[in-house]
Design a binder for this molecule. Structure first.
Ligand code: TXA
Ligand code: MG
Length: 327
């Protein structure tokens, strides 16, 4: 449960002093402390620096999007420190177990069916029935996740649209004032993001990366290449992927008879994304309240209050437009 004061924790709108932490016991303890408060800590991995937040806390995950200025809620990778943690989040069949045994820890991300009761925020999976998991090889990343005792959501620690960071100084240059801390673990050895495999009916290469596809194919046999599989490789791109059953009317300044109202800010509403008109809180609530609105509506139209198209509001509006897209 979120306490009311967690809504007023520093956000991207209120600059905070970003701490530079050493990769030692004291630095890790401080990082864990901050993560437990739902705040963001960038940490080294062998590929690039990740912008870490508690993957089970929707407010923390919403803050990741806010800090990066991402215009879209694409699903994020949940980083784990051991197989027990991994198996609590994703469903591992024999193929997944074999790939993990061969390539983890390391720059390989596996997209698997989401485990029941995973506890992951629906902002991490972007409400998909699958989850992307990675066990990084960097000792500081592993030690941090183990000490935290849970999965960290972590996209690359750069502002959206900028080059991925491979040194703590890169992270500072891009995100200082927008996140709580950076752990300085020196330069990243690999320097490009992890390779992503989708373990669907076939094994699909969703993103080339730190482990060459050929090295994986020597173990698995031929992979289905990007764009050649049955599904689009970036699920969020599918216009009506997030469609509700009920029709949605966006930017609804009024509520018409028979409509269910999903509000934002003050005013009467059946459900409210954020009564205080806080975009981070609205993002954290978005998927859950869309499901709830759909359930309450029973096919009646859903009227969604206008959401400012600034900061996280852009990503919220992007998702709402997809949910409202004709299908
Ligand atoms: O090396 C890396 O992977 C770095 C370090 C920090 O670990 N992280 C990283 O995260 O590159 P990010 O958020 O930039 O990339 C996540 C990718 C996106 O392309 C996203 O579409 C894909 O993973 N992804 C995540 N969940 C997915 C899912 N359920 N299905 C398909 N793709 C998924
Ligand atoms: Mg990135």
């Amino acid at each position: 449960m979120q306490t009311p004061e967690s809504f007023s924790a520093p956000s991207a709108d209120a600059p905070e002093r970003t701490e530079l932490l050493a990769p030692d016991a004291g630095g890790l303890a401080r990082a864990v402390d901050l993560l437990r408060q739902g705040r963001l800590v960038a940490f080294p991995t062998e590929t690039v620096y990740g912008l870490g937040g508690d993957a089970r806390d929707s407010l923390a995950v919403a803050r990741i999007y806010a800090a990066k200025g991402r215009p879209r809620f694409n699903p994020l990778i949940a980083h784990v420190s051991d197989m027990e943690m991994a198996r609590g989040l994703g469903v591992f069949d024999a193929r997944a177990e074999a790939l993990a045994a061969r390539f983890w820890p390391g720059p390989l991300t596996l997209v698997l069916p989401l485990a029941q009761g995973s506890g992951l925020s629906d902002l991490v999976t972007a409400d998909l029935p699958t989850v992307a998991l990675r066990m990084p090889a960097h000792p500081v990343a592993r030690a941090l996740i183990a000490a935290f005792g849970g999965p960290l959501a972590a996209p690359s620690a750069n502002p959206s649209g900028r080059v991925s960071p491979t040194r703590a100084a890169h992270v500072m240059a891009g995100l200082s004032g927008r996140i709580a801390a950076v752990i300085d673990g020196g330069p990243c050895a690999v320097g490009v993001e992890s390779t992503i495999l989708g373990l669907f009916d076939e094994t699909e290469l969703l993103r080339p990366g730190g482990i060459a596809a050929e090295e994986i194919e020597a173990f698995t046999g031929p992979l289905v290449r990007p764009g050649h599989g049955p599904r689009p490789n970036a699920p969020g791109q599918l216009a009506s992927h997030y469609a509700t059953l009920a029709p949605i009317r966006l930017n609804a300044s009024d509520t018409r008879p028979g409509e269910v109202r999903l509000g934002f800010g003050a005013g009467a509403a059946d459900l409210n994304l954020s009564p205080q008109a806080d975009l981070v809180e609205a993002a954290a609530n978005l998927f859950h309240l869309l499901h709830e609105a759909d359930r309450i509506a029973q096919g009646r139209p859903i009227a969604v209050a206008p959401i400012p198209d600034t900061g996280l509001g852009r990503a919220i509006n992007d998702r709402l437009r997809r949910a409202a897209a004709p299908r």
